[in-house]
Write a protein that binds this ligand. Structure first.
Ligand code: FES
Length: 148
């Protein structure tokens, strides 16, 4: 088997060329697959905040959702039953974009991942569910304390 004139002048053999091409192709495939992975961007590692329910009228009914904190600690509360509330990080588990309330759940504006009111992924860019925080209700004070 003979090498072409270009290969002879550069010292690259057919075997070298094929080996280098395979590495380049494999790298391109792995990079393309990277978009489907969960980047583990789940937002702040610690949360400790207390909110007054009177400040969030949407939490007056079961199924209501309210964004109770923004900035570096975006948190939403869902009233999941008459006396039960759940809190979720609004940092998208895909790449950390802040997700928005959308209908009865959440939607990430970056790549379109959607989540239901239980924080579970339901469509769009495949990723894990929203990170859930612990909620302690104080009915007499009308407050929720949310901790991680
Ligand atoms: S950052 Fe990609 S779907 Fe949210």
């Amino acid at each position: 088997m003979s090498d072409c004139s270009s290969c002879r002048s550069t010292g690259v053999t057919r075997r070298d060329f094929l080996a280098r091409s395979s590495v380049v192709a494999l790298t391109a495939v792995l990079a393309a697959c990277g978009d489907d992975s969960d980047d583990g961007a789940t937002g702040p590692t610690t949360v400790n905040l207390t909110v007054a329910l009177s400040n969030f009228p949407t939490l007056g009914t079961v199924g209501g959702i309210a964004v109770v904190s923004s900035g570096s600690t975006p948190v939403a509360v869902v009233r999941s039953a008459t006396a039960t509330y759940r809190a979720f990080s609004l940092s998208c588990p895909h790449q950390g974009t802040t997700v928005s309330v959308s209908g009865t759940g959440f939607r990430c504006p970056n790549h379109g991942a959607t989540f239901n009111a239980s924080g579970a992924w339901t469509g769009g860019e495949r990723t894990s569910g929203l990170r859930e925080f612990t909620v302690a209700s104080n009915p007499s004070a009308g407050t929720l304390t949310i901790t991680s």
